[in-house]
Design a protein around this ligand. Structure first.
Ligand SMILES: Cc1cc2nc3c(=O)[nH]c(=O)nc-3n(C[C@H](O)[C@H](O)[C@H](O)COP(=O)(O)O)c2cc1C
Length: 428
């Protein structure tokens, strides 16, 4: 008898969940609304704390970005950005506001986790990461997923918080090599992770593989290596594969070979609840396989997968570290700032920076269209309407399809809501 993901349950810290994580997608692509739906349906939803002051300004009419920009206005023309620091109190305030508002709206038996990327170094990596982690726990988050980095110091940053042992903590790795030192550090604090997300080469966002060799890796192989290692060392930690899991049956195959849940994201980018602008969702739906590229334009140093039509590619926008500055390293450097200044020295006209992108501004404006490799299959998950556009889905449609579908089938959404074009056709 073929199985569905619904035939399995994930056990985490004494509770049972539908074994589906909706992955974190910054900047506010995996919105609170999307995460809340996953939790309502019994799974695990992620918000992301990428650029949380910006997200807070948008959602709650706070003024963090303008305030920071005003404070450092004098530095805008300066190549040296080392002076531009985040106010940690303000950062904590934004994080608490975002997390607590989300948690206040939670319904159902699932959980809400937050994705915290170490690579958002924010000109003071240790302090800003610690501020984000502690504030998320203060505000009642159910779990923290440590991502985009090795996080060798992150357990220590959290160890004195009263919730250190009750909040769920997971880490994203792309290899056993990256996992081993993390576990070693965690063991020092007698605080092993509650789950390990294993992100393979087909995932969206930043990749833990080379831009040229990602296709040589296989998620199944890495997951098996990690499962074997955990077994051999008597470590009973749930493993959550991610990257390219497109049908419920793809997920079932992982659960049957020892994984405890799956993490998925790309299929949710075309839901109503996803934070991407509607037009961008349609670009995702219309993508063909040739549109998908992995490049090194992210100033984090990690390769990233995206649609080649992303308007943020080869743009020459002036860096705005005074307002943002999330990628500034601990000495105030960002690869985009360097690349921009190099072009500025060569050019007098309009600048185009080919090799790097301004991640802060471009992500804030949703102009880098990052996606998983299977983005080109999204068109098979919905209906094409009379106006040639695809019908957007609801997060519930996609979640239920992952949970209940069998034999690699994908259930298309009901045609219950009429679009404007359908209504006008009907009226004609
Ligand atoms: C649009 C988009 C944005 C993403 N942003 C992040 C992020 O900010 N942090 C992170 O750890 N992973 C990020 N990811 C990776 C997802 O959380 C997830 O692990 C992965 O994409 C799952 O594979 P799938 O998209 O093939 O289902 C992103 C993925 C997508 C599609």
């Amino acid at each position: 008898m073929s199985k569905a993901l619904n035939d399995f349950r994930l056990k985490l810290a004494g509770k049972e969940y539908v074994p589906i994580f909706v992955g974190g997608m910054g900047v506010d692509i995996s919105t609170a609304e999307l995460a809340l739906e996953a939790a309502r349906l019994g799974g695990i939803g992620h918000i992301s704390d990428a650029m949380v002051p910006t997200v807070s300004d948008r959602r709650f009419k706070t003024n963090y970005v303008q305030e920071k920009q005003k404070k450092y206005k004098f530095n805008i023309g300066n190549v040296d950005k080392s002076l531009v620091q985040f106010d940690l109190e303000r950062l904590a305030e934004a994080q608490k506001l975002f997390v607590s508002r989300t948690m206040d709206s939670k319904k159902g038996d699932g959980a809400i986790f937050i994705n915290c990327m170490e690579k958002l170094t924010m000109n003071s990596p240790r302090d800003t990461l610690q501020t984000r982690l502690l504030a998320a726990m203060d505000a009642g988050i159910d779990g923290i997923t440590l991502s985009a980095g090795l996080h060798l110091g992150s357990m220590e940053l959290m160890k004195d918080h009263p919730r250190f042992r009750d909040v769920m903590i997971g880490v994203i790795v792309s290899s056993l090599r990256a996992l081993r030192p993390f576990l070693k550090r965690a063991a020092k604090f007698e605080r092993l992770p509650d789950y390990i997300t294993v992100e393979g080469p087909l995932a969206g966002g930043h990749l833990g593989f080379g831009a040229d060799d990602w296709h040589e890796y296989s998620l199944k192989k890495i997951v098996n290596e990690i499962l074997n290692y955990l077994n051999e060392n008597d470590l009973n930690i749930p493993v959550v594969p991610a990257g390219g899991i497109f049908t419920g049956t793809d997920g079932v195959e992982f659960l049957e070979s020892g994984a405890s849940a799956v993490q998925v994201a790309t299929r949710f980018t075309v839901t109503e609840e996803c934070g991407l602008p509607e037009k961008t969702k349609h670009h995702y739906l219309e993508a063909v396989e040739e549109d998908i590229i992995v490049n090194t334009i992210s100033p984090t140093g990690y390769p990233m997968r995206m649609l080649r039509q992303s308007p943020g590619i080869a743009d020459g926008i002036r860096p705005n570290c005074e307002a943002f500055g999330y990628i500034l390293d601990n000495s105030g450097h960002c690869q985009y700032v360097d690349a921009y200044n190099r072009e500025l020295d060569k050019n007098e006209g309009k600048i185009s920076v080919q090799d790097k992108t301004c991640l802060c501004t471009q992500f804030r404006k949703f102009r880098i269209w990052t996606c998983g490799h299977n983005v080109y299959r999204l068109k098979d998950t919905t209906h094409k309407l009379e106006d040639g556009k695809y019908k957007l889905l609801s997060a519930e449609d996609v979640f239920n399809d992952y949970q209940f579908s069998k034999d690699h089938m994908i259930k298309l959404p009901e045609r219950k809501t009429s679009t404007a074009s359908e209504i006008s056709l009907a009226a004609a």
